[in-house]
Write a protein that binds this ligand. Structure first.
Ligand SMILES: NC(=O)c1ccc[n+]([C@@H]2O[C@H](COP(=O)([O-])OP(=O)(O)OC[C@H]3O[C@@H](n4cnc5c(N)ncnc54)[C@H](OP(=O)(O)O)[C@@H]3O)[C@@H](O)[C@H]2O)c1
Length: 235
């Protein structure tokens, strides 16, 4: 079913307790969308609480660890009867950028790979049924996930996890993309807990750019790997 444009659009943001995910909640509420935002903790993050108090019912907060299939199944049940215009998997983790593949523990390697690559695609597999046939599906990747642009090294496992995410999304696009717009998005180097205080981009500039970029590609079938200013990134 296509959106007739008369009803508010609806976005599901997975991983919205802080950082860019939280910023996207504010951005989409500001654009008049209905926002369904997930966080891991059972206690609602204070910033989400504040947004909810101002949202006049437009914000729904659900609990989910993206790596738990039961949690995603529960989200799917909550979405019965709701048509999403956008499904956006934002959650992600990083490790020490200087840690080499020879140093990382198997446990930490698995944690990065499961959170950053496996879980977003599993969530998409489980939740795509709720996205309109001409809707959009996005994942938060990184320019560090570009294989061809890796000339400097560093962030070895994080890069590998985002490259795996990109590849899995390409496979999904080839197999099940249909009429939807699929986006592998780079938010910029953003001032968050992950990006750190020296990052070049403010959360509000990243999220406005991401929302504009998603809007620009809406209704265009196929997969793109672009940053928050809609500049193409080599795979
Ligand atoms: N910041 C940058 O410069 C930058 C650059 C490129 C790409 N990215 C990507 O952008 C995304 C958001 O990054 P950020 O900078 O906002 O990071 P952040 O400030 O560290 O926030 C990470 C978010 O992911 C959530 N999360 C982590 N693991 C999760 C899980 N298993 N289930 C549910 N939520 C989980 C966290 O929830 P909790 O609060 O529960 O921990 C938090 O909301 C990530 O995918 C990251 O790789 C960021």
């Amino acid at each position: 079913m296509a959106n007739t444009q008369q009803e508010p659009r609806t976005v599901l943001l997975l991983g919205a307790s802080r950082g860019i995910g939280l910023g996207l909640v504010e951005e989409y509420l500001g654009r008049g969308w209905r926002v369904i935002a997930t966080q891991r903790s059972l206690t609602v993050a204070p910033a989400l609480c504040e947004l909810s108090a101002r949202a006049e019912g437009a914000l729904t907060i659900l609990t989910a660890d993206v790596s738990r299939q039961d949690d995603i199944a529960a989200i799917s049940r909550r979405l019965e009867g709701i048509a999403l215009d956008l499904l956006f998997v934002v959650a992600g983790v990083s490790d020490d950028p200087n840690q080499t593949i020879g140093q990382i523990s198997t446990e930490e390697f698995n944690h990065l790979m499961v959170t950053n690559a496996l879980s977003p695609l599993r969530a998409i597999e489980q939740l795509a049924q709720h996205v309109r046939a001409d809707g959009s599906i996005a994942v938060m990747t990184s320019a560090l996930g570009s294989i061809s642009a890796n000339t400097t090294g560093g962030y070895e496992t994080y890069r590998a996890s985002k490259a795996a995410l990109n590849m899995l999304l390409r496979s999904y696009a080839a197999r099940a993309g249909g009429e939807r717009s699929l986006l592998a998005l780079m938010p910029g180097w953003v001032k968050t807990d992950m990006g750190g205080p020296d990052a070049l981009v403010e959360v509000k500039d990243s999220t406005a750019g991401l929302a504009n970029t998603i809007a620009k590609h809406a209704g265009q079938p196929g997969l793109v790997f672009v940053d928050y200013q809609d500049s193409a990134i080599p795979w």
